[in-house]
Design a protein around this ligand. Structure first.
Ligand code: GRF
Length: 193
C-alpha cells in the first residue's frame, strides 16, 4: 500500500473540522493521515480532542513571539518540517498568515471557509448572508494564497437558507456540510498530488 500523505491541521478553537478530518483519516482507504494538530493558542479546545484521539497536539504559542508574526510562522514551519508534514489543512485557524508561510507552502495549504466564496470572505459570513436575504449559503475549501479567503476553489457545498433561520441554525447547517466537504476535498486533493 502507498504511504499516506502526512497532513497537519492548524486550529485556534474547538476544532470540529479537525475532528471530522481525524475521523475520515481512520478509514482504511483514506489517502491521508493526520500526523499533527497544531494551535497558535494554548486554550484551543481542539488540542485536547486531538490528544484524546492519540494524535500529537502541539501549541506554538503566538504570545511568545509578540508582534513578530513571521517569527511565529518560522517556528510553526520548523515543527511541520521536523515531522515530515506534506500538506497543511487550516481549520478555524484565526490568524492572518504572512507571505512567509503562504509562500513556503504554496499549493500545499488548504483552508475551509463558511461561505460560498467569493461571497463573504472574512468574518460574520452567516450574519451577512442572512442580512442580505440570500436564498442559500454554504462552505468552500480552497488553496491558500496571499489574499485572505481568495485562493483557487477546490470544493463547495450549498445549503438552503430557510424562513425563520437564525444565525445559530444556519451555522449548524453549514457546519455539518463543512465536516463532509473538508474530508472529501482533502482526500481528492491528496490523491492528485
Ligand atoms: C468553521 O466554520 C470554519 O469554516 C471556519 O472556522 C470555523 C471553525 O470551526 N474557518 P471548528 O473549530 O472547526 O469547529
Amino acid at each position: 500500500m502507498l504511504a499516506k500523505t502526512k497532513v497537519a491541521v492548524l486550529i485556534s478553537g474547538r476544532g470540529s473540522n479537525m475532528e471530522a478530518l481525524v475521523r475520515a483519516a481512520q478509514g482504511a482507504d483514506c489517502p491521508f493521515e493526520i500526523a499533527l494538530v497544531l494551535a497558535n493558542k494554548p486554550d484551543a479546545g481542539g488540542l485536547a480532542t486531538a490528544q484524546a484521539a492519540g494524535i500529537e497536539a502541539l501549541c506554538v504559542d503566538q504570545k511568545l513571539f509578540g508582534k513578530d508574526r513571521e517569527a511565529h510562522e518560522r517556528a510553526i514551519d520548523a515543527a511541520l518540517r521536523e515531522r515530515g508534514i506534506q500538506v497543511i489543512a487550516l481549520a478555524g485557524y484565526m490568524r492572518i498568515l504572512t507571505a512567509f508561510l503562504v509562500d513556503a507552502w504554496e499549493g500545499r495549504m488548504l483552508n475551509i471557509h463558511p461561505s460560498l466564496l467569493p461571497a463573504y470572505p472574512g468574518l460574520d459570513t452567516h450574519g451577512r448572508a442572512l442580512a442580505a436575504g440570500d436564498a442559500e449559503a454554504g462552505c468552500t475549501v480552497h488553496l491558500v494564497t496571499a489574499g485572505v479567503d481568495e485562493g483557487p476553489i477546490l470544493g463547495q457545498a450549498r445549503v438552503p437558507i430557510l424562513p425563520g433561520d437564525t444565525e445559530a441554525m444556519l451555522t449548524r447547517r453549514v457546519l455539518e456540510q463543512e465536516h463532509q466537504l473538508y474530508a472529501a476535498t482533502l482526500a481528492e486533493f491528496v490523491r492528485g498530488l
